[in-house]
Design a protein around this ligand. Structure first.
Ligand SMILES: [Zn+2]
Length: 430
Protein backbone atom coordinates (compact mmCIF):
# COMPACT_ATOMS: atom_id res chain seq x y z
CA UNK A 1 0.00 0.00 0.00
CA UNK A 2 1.07 3.58 -0.60
CA UNK A 3 -0.41 6.94 0.24
CA UNK A 4 0.08 9.48 -2.54
CA UNK A 5 -0.03 13.08 -1.30
CA UNK A 6 -0.25 16.16 -3.49
CA UNK A 7 -2.81 18.24 -5.35
CA UNK A 8 -5.08 15.50 -6.64
CA UNK A 9 -7.71 16.57 -9.17
CA UNK A 10 -10.32 14.67 -11.20
CA UNK A 11 -13.75 15.11 -12.76
CA UNK A 12 -16.10 12.46 -11.36
CA UNK A 13 -19.08 14.57 -12.50
CA UNK A 14 -20.17 15.62 -15.99
CA UNK A 15 -19.37 19.30 -16.66
CA UNK A 16 -21.62 19.26 -19.75
CA UNK A 17 -24.65 18.29 -17.67
CA UNK A 18 -24.70 21.09 -15.08
CA UNK A 19 -22.43 23.56 -13.33
CA UNK A 20 -18.93 22.56 -14.55
CA UNK A 21 -17.42 23.51 -11.19
CA UNK A 22 -19.48 20.79 -9.50
CA UNK A 23 -17.96 18.14 -11.74
CA UNK A 24 -14.49 18.84 -10.32
CA UNK A 25 -13.10 17.27 -7.18
CA UNK A 26 -9.84 17.94 -5.38
CA UNK A 27 -8.19 15.97 -2.60
CA UNK A 28 -4.95 15.89 -0.68
CA UNK A 29 -4.23 12.18 -0.65
CA UNK A 30 -5.06 8.77 -2.14
CA UNK A 31 -4.47 5.40 -0.52
CA UNK A 32 -3.61 2.79 -3.17
CA UNK A 33 -3.72 -0.92 -2.36
CA UNK A 34 -2.80 -3.55 -4.99
CA UNK A 35 -3.13 -0.96 -7.74
CA UNK A 36 -6.65 0.05 -6.67
CA UNK A 37 -7.70 3.26 -4.92
CA UNK A 38 -8.77 2.27 -1.41
CA UNK A 39 -9.43 5.70 0.10
CA UNK A 40 -9.20 9.40 -0.73
CA UNK A 41 -9.34 12.52 1.43
CA UNK A 42 -7.22 14.69 3.72
CA UNK A 43 -3.68 13.36 4.25
CA UNK A 44 -4.01 13.48 8.04
CA UNK A 45 -7.17 11.34 7.93
CA UNK A 46 -5.60 8.73 5.62
CA UNK A 47 -2.46 8.57 7.76
CA UNK A 48 -4.52 8.21 10.92
CA UNK A 49 -6.47 5.31 9.40
CA UNK A 50 -3.31 3.54 8.12
CA UNK A 51 -0.46 4.88 10.27
CA UNK A 52 2.21 2.48 9.00
CA UNK A 53 1.78 3.24 5.32
CA UNK A 54 4.56 4.95 3.38
CA UNK A 55 3.71 8.34 1.90
CA UNK A 56 4.86 9.29 -1.59
CA UNK A 57 4.88 13.07 -1.78
CA UNK A 58 4.04 14.59 -5.14
CA UNK A 59 4.62 18.22 -4.26
CA UNK A 60 3.99 20.87 -6.90
CA UNK A 61 1.89 20.56 -10.04
CA UNK A 62 -1.24 18.37 -10.20
CA UNK A 63 -1.92 14.64 -10.09
CA UNK A 64 -4.71 13.83 -12.56
CA UNK A 65 -6.15 10.56 -13.94
CA UNK A 66 -4.14 9.00 -16.76
CA UNK A 67 -5.24 10.37 -20.12
CA UNK A 68 -7.56 8.37 -22.38
CA UNK A 69 -6.86 8.68 -26.13
CA UNK A 70 -9.86 7.40 -28.09
CA UNK A 71 -8.29 7.57 -31.55
CA UNK A 72 -4.61 7.09 -32.38
CA UNK A 73 -2.86 5.12 -35.16
CA UNK A 74 -0.06 2.86 -33.99
CA UNK A 75 1.56 2.43 -37.45
CA UNK A 76 1.86 6.20 -37.92
CA UNK A 77 4.13 7.08 -34.99
CA UNK A 78 7.00 7.68 -37.46
CA UNK A 79 4.79 9.71 -39.83
CA UNK A 80 3.86 12.80 -37.81
CA UNK A 81 4.22 16.23 -39.38
CA UNK A 82 3.00 15.72 -42.95
CA UNK A 83 1.58 19.21 -43.19
CA UNK A 84 -0.08 20.91 -46.12
CA UNK A 85 -2.39 18.26 -47.55
CA UNK A 86 -6.08 17.36 -47.25
CA UNK A 87 -7.05 13.92 -45.94
CA UNK A 88 -7.05 11.73 -49.05
CA UNK A 89 -3.75 13.15 -50.38
CA UNK A 90 -2.17 12.93 -46.93
CA UNK A 91 -3.15 9.26 -46.68
CA UNK A 92 -1.67 8.50 -50.08
CA UNK A 93 1.57 10.46 -49.62
CA UNK A 94 2.35 10.09 -45.90
CA UNK A 95 0.32 7.57 -43.96
CA UNK A 96 -0.23 4.58 -46.23
CA UNK A 97 3.38 4.17 -47.48
CA UNK A 98 4.46 3.99 -43.83
CA UNK A 99 1.63 1.58 -42.96
CA UNK A 100 2.86 -0.75 -45.75
CA UNK A 101 6.23 -1.06 -43.95
CA UNK A 102 4.56 -2.87 -41.05
CA UNK A 103 4.39 -5.97 -43.25
CA UNK A 104 7.90 -6.56 -41.85
CA UNK A 105 7.36 -7.97 -38.36
CA UNK A 106 10.67 -6.70 -37.02
CA UNK A 107 9.82 -3.21 -38.25
CA UNK A 108 6.40 -3.48 -36.58
CA UNK A 109 8.03 -4.57 -33.30
CA UNK A 110 10.21 -1.47 -33.26
CA UNK A 111 7.26 0.77 -34.15
CA UNK A 112 5.08 -0.80 -31.42
CA UNK A 113 7.78 -0.11 -28.81
CA UNK A 114 8.14 3.51 -29.96
CA UNK A 115 4.38 3.99 -30.04
CA UNK A 116 3.65 2.57 -26.58
CA UNK A 117 6.65 4.33 -25.08
CA UNK A 118 5.32 7.55 -26.57
CA UNK A 119 1.87 7.02 -25.04
CA UNK A 120 3.31 6.51 -21.55
CA UNK A 121 5.65 9.50 -21.90
CA UNK A 122 2.61 11.61 -22.82
CA UNK A 123 0.68 10.44 -19.75
CA UNK A 124 -1.76 8.32 -21.77
CA UNK A 125 -2.68 5.18 -19.86
CA UNK A 126 -5.72 4.00 -21.89
CA UNK A 127 -6.22 4.14 -25.64
CA UNK A 128 -8.40 2.92 -28.46
CA UNK A 129 -5.67 2.25 -30.99
CA UNK A 130 -6.22 2.06 -34.72
CA UNK A 131 -4.10 -0.96 -35.58
CA UNK A 132 -2.15 -2.23 -38.56
CA UNK A 133 -3.41 -3.98 -41.69
CA UNK A 134 -1.03 -6.89 -40.87
CA UNK A 135 -1.90 -9.56 -38.29
CA UNK A 136 1.73 -10.18 -37.19
CA UNK A 137 2.07 -6.43 -36.54
CA UNK A 138 -1.02 -6.67 -34.30
CA UNK A 139 0.58 -9.55 -32.39
CA UNK A 140 3.56 -7.28 -31.74
CA UNK A 141 1.36 -4.43 -30.50
CA UNK A 142 -0.74 -6.61 -28.21
CA UNK A 143 2.28 -8.45 -26.78
CA UNK A 144 4.13 -5.20 -26.05
CA UNK A 145 1.03 -3.56 -24.53
CA UNK A 146 0.43 -6.60 -22.29
CA UNK A 147 3.99 -6.37 -21.04
CA UNK A 148 3.52 -2.72 -20.07
CA UNK A 149 0.03 -3.32 -18.57
CA UNK A 150 -1.41 -0.50 -20.69
CA UNK A 151 -5.18 -0.37 -21.18
CA UNK A 152 -5.29 -0.91 -24.95
CA UNK A 153 -8.24 -1.69 -27.21
CA UNK A 154 -7.17 -2.36 -30.80
CA UNK A 155 -7.66 -4.56 -33.83
CA UNK A 156 -6.55 -5.54 -37.30
CA UNK A 157 -7.44 -2.80 -39.82
CA UNK A 158 -9.65 -4.13 -42.59
CA UNK A 159 -9.98 -2.87 -46.16
CA UNK A 160 -10.78 -4.53 -49.47
CA UNK A 161 -10.60 -1.65 -51.97
CA UNK A 162 -9.11 1.74 -52.88
CA UNK A 163 -5.86 1.35 -50.90
CA UNK A 164 -2.41 0.01 -51.90
CA UNK A 165 -2.87 -3.70 -52.66
CA UNK A 166 -0.55 -4.76 -49.78
CA UNK A 167 -3.09 -3.34 -47.33
CA UNK A 168 -6.12 -5.24 -48.67
CA UNK A 169 -7.78 -8.42 -47.38
CA UNK A 170 -10.68 -10.32 -48.92
CA UNK A 171 -13.54 -10.47 -46.38
CA UNK A 172 -12.94 -14.22 -45.86
CA UNK A 173 -9.39 -13.82 -44.54
CA UNK A 174 -10.41 -10.66 -42.67
CA UNK A 175 -12.86 -12.85 -40.77
CA UNK A 176 -10.45 -15.67 -39.98
CA UNK A 177 -7.46 -13.44 -39.11
CA UNK A 178 -9.60 -11.23 -36.88
CA UNK A 179 -11.28 -14.18 -35.16
CA UNK A 180 -7.86 -15.62 -34.37
CA UNK A 181 -6.65 -12.32 -32.87
CA UNK A 182 -9.87 -12.00 -30.84
CA UNK A 183 -9.34 -15.46 -29.37
CA UNK A 184 -5.76 -14.66 -28.43
CA UNK A 185 -6.06 -11.09 -27.15
CA UNK A 186 -9.62 -9.97 -26.31
CA UNK A 187 -10.01 -9.61 -22.53
CA UNK A 188 -6.39 -10.70 -22.08
CA UNK A 189 -5.38 -8.66 -19.01
CA UNK A 190 -6.13 -5.04 -19.85
CA UNK A 191 -6.31 -5.67 -23.60
CA UNK A 192 -9.49 -5.76 -25.65
CA UNK A 193 -10.22 -6.21 -29.33
CA UNK A 194 -11.82 -3.68 -31.68
CA UNK A 195 -13.12 -4.60 -35.13
CA UNK A 196 -11.61 -1.88 -37.33
CA UNK A 197 -12.60 -1.30 -40.97
CA UNK A 198 -10.45 1.65 -42.05
CA UNK A 199 -13.49 3.55 -43.36
CA UNK A 200 -16.37 2.58 -45.58
CA UNK A 201 -14.55 4.27 -48.46
CA UNK A 202 -12.10 1.32 -48.38
CA UNK A 203 -14.54 -1.37 -47.14
CA UNK A 204 -17.19 -2.95 -49.34
CA UNK A 205 -20.59 -4.08 -48.08
CA UNK A 206 -19.21 -7.64 -47.96
CA UNK A 207 -16.35 -6.47 -45.71
CA UNK A 208 -18.68 -4.46 -43.46
CA UNK A 209 -20.91 -7.51 -43.23
CA UNK A 210 -17.89 -9.53 -42.03
CA UNK A 211 -17.29 -6.80 -39.43
CA UNK A 212 -20.87 -7.22 -38.22
CA UNK A 213 -20.28 -10.95 -37.79
CA UNK A 214 -17.13 -10.29 -35.74
CA UNK A 215 -18.94 -7.78 -33.55
CA UNK A 216 -21.20 -10.61 -32.44
CA UNK A 217 -18.21 -11.88 -30.45
CA UNK A 218 -18.68 -9.10 -27.86
CA UNK A 219 -15.72 -6.99 -28.95
CA UNK A 220 -15.45 -3.26 -29.72
CA UNK A 221 -15.81 -1.41 -33.02
CA UNK A 222 -14.05 1.63 -34.41
CA UNK A 223 -13.75 3.39 -37.74
CA UNK A 224 -13.67 6.85 -39.35
CA UNK A 225 -16.63 9.00 -40.39
CA UNK A 226 -17.45 12.41 -41.91
CA UNK A 227 -13.90 13.72 -41.73
CA UNK A 228 -13.50 15.53 -45.03
CA UNK A 229 -15.93 16.71 -47.73
CA UNK A 230 -14.15 14.87 -50.59
CA UNK A 231 -14.17 11.66 -48.53
CA UNK A 232 -17.89 12.06 -47.78
CA UNK A 233 -18.71 12.61 -51.47
CA UNK A 234 -16.71 9.52 -52.45
CA UNK A 235 -18.51 7.38 -49.86
CA UNK A 236 -21.89 8.67 -51.08
CA UNK A 237 -20.93 7.58 -54.61
CA UNK A 238 -19.82 4.12 -53.44
CA UNK A 239 -23.03 3.49 -51.46
CA UNK A 240 -25.78 5.00 -53.62
CA UNK A 241 -28.50 3.37 -51.51
CA UNK A 242 -27.31 4.75 -48.18
CA UNK A 243 -29.12 7.60 -46.39
CA UNK A 244 -25.85 9.12 -45.14
CA UNK A 245 -22.30 8.11 -44.22
CA UNK A 246 -23.34 6.59 -40.87
CA UNK A 247 -25.90 4.44 -42.68
CA UNK A 248 -23.05 2.59 -44.46
CA UNK A 249 -22.15 1.25 -40.99
CA UNK A 250 -25.63 1.17 -39.49
CA UNK A 251 -27.04 -1.20 -42.08
CA UNK A 252 -24.45 -3.78 -40.96
CA UNK A 253 -25.36 -3.19 -37.30
CA UNK A 254 -22.03 -1.54 -36.55
CA UNK A 255 -23.48 1.43 -34.63
CA UNK A 256 -23.63 0.25 -31.02
CA UNK A 257 -22.71 1.34 -27.47
CA UNK A 258 -19.35 -0.34 -28.16
CA UNK A 259 -18.71 1.72 -31.32
CA UNK A 260 -16.38 4.72 -31.50
CA UNK A 261 -16.35 6.81 -34.69
CA UNK A 262 -13.45 9.17 -35.27
CA UNK A 263 -13.99 12.75 -36.48
CA UNK A 264 -17.64 13.33 -37.47
CA UNK A 265 -16.75 16.90 -38.44
CA UNK A 266 -19.58 17.14 -40.99
CA UNK A 267 -22.58 15.15 -39.66
CA UNK A 268 -26.18 15.79 -40.54
CA UNK A 269 -28.80 15.82 -37.80
CA UNK A 270 -30.10 12.36 -38.72
CA UNK A 271 -26.64 10.92 -38.09
CA UNK A 272 -26.35 12.62 -34.70
CA UNK A 273 -29.79 11.31 -33.74
CA UNK A 274 -28.83 7.78 -34.77
CA UNK A 275 -25.52 7.91 -32.88
CA UNK A 276 -27.32 9.04 -29.73
CA UNK A 277 -30.09 6.44 -30.09
CA UNK A 278 -27.53 3.65 -30.32
CA UNK A 279 -25.25 5.01 -27.58
CA UNK A 280 -22.24 5.20 -29.92
CA UNK A 281 -19.36 7.62 -29.23
CA UNK A 282 -17.38 10.10 -31.29
CA UNK A 283 -13.62 10.67 -31.02
CA UNK A 284 -12.93 14.35 -31.65
CA UNK A 285 -9.40 14.89 -32.99
CA UNK A 286 -8.83 18.65 -33.11
CA UNK A 287 -5.15 18.97 -34.08
CA UNK A 288 -5.66 16.46 -36.89
CA UNK A 289 -8.76 18.32 -38.09
CA UNK A 290 -6.71 21.51 -38.05
CA UNK A 291 -3.61 20.06 -39.74
CA UNK A 292 -5.62 18.50 -42.58
CA UNK A 293 -8.02 21.44 -42.82
CA UNK A 294 -10.90 19.03 -42.28
CA UNK A 295 -13.15 21.54 -40.53
CA UNK A 296 -14.41 22.84 -37.17
CA UNK A 297 -16.02 20.12 -35.06
CA UNK A 298 -19.67 20.86 -34.16
CA UNK A 299 -19.35 19.98 -30.47
CA UNK A 300 -22.49 21.88 -29.48
CA UNK A 301 -24.63 19.86 -31.89
CA UNK A 302 -23.17 16.61 -30.54
CA UNK A 303 -23.86 17.62 -26.94
CA UNK A 304 -27.38 18.85 -27.78
CA UNK A 305 -28.17 15.54 -29.49
CA UNK A 306 -26.79 13.59 -26.52
CA UNK A 307 -23.87 12.05 -28.42
CA UNK A 308 -20.93 11.04 -26.25
CA UNK A 309 -17.69 12.81 -27.26
CA UNK A 310 -14.11 12.22 -26.13
CA UNK A 311 -10.68 13.22 -27.46
CA UNK A 312 -8.30 11.50 -29.85
CA UNK A 313 -4.81 12.54 -30.88
CA UNK A 314 -5.15 10.92 -34.33
CA UNK A 315 -1.40 10.58 -34.63
CA UNK A 316 0.10 10.72 -37.32
CA UNK A 317 -2.27 13.40 -38.73
CA UNK A 318 -2.49 14.87 -35.22
CA UNK A 319 0.29 16.97 -33.77
CA UNK A 320 1.56 14.52 -31.14
CA UNK A 321 0.36 12.13 -28.46
CA UNK A 322 -0.15 14.65 -25.62
CA UNK A 323 -3.88 14.84 -24.84
CA UNK A 324 -3.76 18.27 -23.14
CA UNK A 325 -2.67 19.69 -26.49
CA UNK A 326 -5.79 18.16 -28.07
CA UNK A 327 -7.92 19.63 -25.29
CA UNK A 328 -6.45 23.09 -25.87
CA UNK A 329 -7.00 22.81 -29.62
CA UNK A 330 -10.59 21.67 -28.98
CA UNK A 331 -11.06 24.82 -26.91
CA UNK A 332 -9.55 26.98 -29.68
CA UNK A 333 -11.83 25.47 -32.31
CA UNK A 334 -14.95 26.11 -30.28
CA UNK A 335 -13.84 29.72 -29.84
CA UNK A 336 -13.34 30.04 -33.59
CA UNK A 337 -16.87 28.78 -34.24
CA UNK A 338 -18.28 31.89 -32.60
CA UNK A 339 -21.90 31.57 -31.52
CA UNK A 340 -22.10 28.03 -32.96
CA UNK A 341 -19.25 26.93 -30.70
CA UNK A 342 -19.46 25.60 -27.17
CA UNK A 343 -17.20 27.63 -24.89
CA UNK A 344 -15.11 25.14 -22.94
CA UNK A 345 -13.65 25.81 -19.51
CA UNK A 346 -10.71 23.98 -17.86
CA UNK A 347 -13.01 21.48 -16.12
CA UNK A 348 -14.46 20.47 -19.50
CA UNK A 349 -10.92 20.01 -20.79
CA UNK A 350 -9.85 17.68 -17.97
CA UNK A 351 -13.10 15.73 -18.34
CA UNK A 352 -12.64 15.38 -22.11
CA UNK A 353 -9.06 14.10 -21.67
CA UNK A 354 -9.92 11.59 -18.93
CA UNK A 355 -13.42 10.54 -17.85
CA UNK A 356 -15.12 11.22 -21.19
CA UNK A 357 -12.66 8.83 -22.83
CA UNK A 358 -13.23 6.20 -20.16
CA UNK A 359 -17.00 6.48 -20.75
CA UNK A 360 -16.60 6.25 -24.54
CA UNK A 361 -14.49 3.11 -24.15
CA UNK A 362 -16.71 1.53 -21.48
CA UNK A 363 -13.83 1.68 -18.99
CA UNK A 364 -15.51 4.12 -16.61
CA UNK A 365 -15.98 1.46 -13.94
CA UNK A 366 -12.19 1.01 -13.84
CA UNK A 367 -10.36 4.21 -14.82
CA UNK A 368 -10.88 7.87 -15.81
CA UNK A 369 -11.21 9.32 -12.28
CA UNK A 370 -9.94 8.68 -8.76
CA UNK A 371 -13.08 7.23 -7.16
CA UNK A 372 -12.50 4.60 -4.49
CA UNK A 373 -12.47 1.18 -6.13
CA UNK A 374 -10.93 2.36 -9.41
CA UNK A 375 -7.52 1.37 -10.71
CA UNK A 376 -4.75 3.86 -9.96
CA UNK A 377 -3.81 5.06 -13.46
CA UNK A 378 -2.43 8.54 -12.98
CA UNK A 379 -0.20 11.23 -14.40
CA UNK A 380 1.70 13.79 -12.37
CA UNK A 381 2.08 17.08 -14.24
CA UNK A 382 4.83 19.00 -12.50
CA UNK A 383 6.83 21.59 -14.44
CA UNK A 384 10.51 22.32 -13.93
CA UNK A 385 11.21 25.02 -11.36
CA UNK A 386 11.28 28.43 -12.97
CA UNK A 387 9.60 27.33 -16.21
CA UNK A 388 6.81 29.52 -17.55
CA UNK A 389 4.25 26.89 -16.49
CA UNK A 390 5.77 26.79 -13.00
CA UNK A 391 5.53 30.58 -12.75
CA UNK A 392 1.90 30.42 -13.85
CA UNK A 393 0.94 27.65 -11.44
CA UNK A 394 2.37 29.71 -8.60
CA UNK A 395 0.03 32.52 -9.60
CA UNK A 396 -3.08 30.40 -10.15
CA UNK A 397 -6.06 31.53 -8.09
CA UNK A 398 -7.73 28.14 -7.62
CA UNK A 399 -7.77 24.61 -8.98
CA UNK A 400 -9.71 25.43 -12.13
CA UNK A 401 -7.28 28.26 -12.80
CA UNK A 402 -4.33 25.89 -12.29
CA UNK A 403 -5.93 23.48 -14.76
CA UNK A 404 -6.31 26.31 -17.27
CA UNK A 405 -2.59 27.10 -16.96
CA UNK A 406 -1.73 23.40 -17.40
CA UNK A 407 -3.90 22.94 -20.48
CA UNK A 408 -2.51 26.11 -22.00
CA UNK A 409 1.18 25.55 -21.31
CA UNK A 410 2.00 21.93 -20.44
CA UNK A 411 4.01 19.68 -22.75
CA UNK A 412 5.19 16.06 -22.32
CA UNK A 413 8.30 17.52 -20.66
CA UNK A 414 6.04 18.36 -17.70
CA UNK A 415 5.02 14.70 -17.18
CA UNK A 416 6.89 13.95 -13.98
CA UNK A 417 5.34 10.56 -13.26
CA UNK A 418 2.93 7.98 -14.75
CA UNK A 419 1.32 5.07 -12.90
CA UNK A 420 -0.46 2.03 -14.35
CA UNK A 421 -2.51 0.11 -11.77
CA UNK A 422 -0.30 1.52 -9.07
CA UNK A 423 3.02 0.68 -10.74
CA UNK A 424 5.34 3.44 -11.84
CA UNK A 425 5.32 3.20 -15.65
CA UNK A 426 7.71 5.87 -16.82
CA UNK A 427 10.77 5.28 -14.59
CA UNK A 428 11.78 4.29 -11.09
CA UNK A 429 9.71 5.42 -8.10
CA UNK A 430 10.31 9.05 -7.06
ZN1 LIG B 1 -7.65 8.31 -37.82
Amino acid sequence: MTIYAGTIVDTPGDPFAGDPGEALRQDEALLVRDGVIAARGPLAALRAADPGEPVTRLDGGLLVPGFVDTHVHYPQIRAIGGLGLPLLDWLEQYALPEECRLADRGYARAVAAEFLGGLVAAGTTSALVFGSHFAPAMEELFAAAAQRDLNITSGLVLSDRKLPSDLLHPPETALTDSADLILRWHDHGRLRYAVTPRFSLSASDAMLDACGQLLGKGVWFTSHINENLAEIATVAGLFPGSRHYLDTYARHELVTPRSVFAHNVHPDDAELTLLAEHGASVAHCPTSNSALGSGLFPLRRHVEHGVRVALGSDVGAGAGLFLPKEALQAYFMQQLLGPAGLCLNPVHLLYLATRAGALALGLDDRVGDFAVGKEFDAVWLRPADGSTLDVNLRHAGDTADALARIFTLATPADVAGVWLRGERADRAEP
